[in-house]
Design a binder for this molecule. Structure first.
Ligand code: ZN
Length: 140
């Protein structure tokens, strides 16, 4: 379900989030594709269209996240909530791989978010390799 987001609110979110995906940290200028606004808590699960429930997301992360809010963590065997970019810190849940091309979840929340959002799809890993080679990645 796509909910219209007023332009002023969309611009506020883009500015706050630095015009990059709050999940995989891909920037709009690297990808050449405009970011979308993700409802962290989906409307269908009671989420609202407010700055506290919206974050910038690349279209791939937004598509694969869909209506998910949690998933099974295969390491702990327990269900874990997906990463909440507003309430949580990226670096508490994720690190970059040694070659900086893959996102690694370091907590149950980090792992289920990497898996659910498919944050290491081959095409984005290949793109990150190119960005690393010219110093455009990882973002600071
Ligand atoms: Zn993303």
């Amino acid at each position: 379900m796509s909910v219209p987001i007023p332009d002023p609110l969309r611009q506020q979110i883009a500015k706050r989030d630095g015009d990059r995906c709050c999940y995989c940290l891909t920037t709009a200028v690297n990808s050449g594709v405009a970011m979308t606004c993700d409802h962290i808590q989906p409307i269908s699960k009671g989420g609202s269209t407010t700055s506290e429930n919206l974050c910038l997301a690349c279209s791939a992360c937004n598509l694969f996240k869909s209506y998910s809010t949690e998933a099974l963590d295969v390491v702990s065997g327990e269900t874990a909530p997906l990463f909440n970019p507003i309430k949580q810190s990226w670096s508490d849940h994720f690190v970059w791989s040694a070659d900086k091309t893959q996102v690694e979840g370091i907590t149950p929340t980090g792992r289920v978010t990497v898996n659910t959002l498919r944050m290491n799809r081959i095409i984005i890993v290949l793109a990150r390799q190119r960005w690393v080679s010219v110093g455009w990645h990882p973002p600071q």
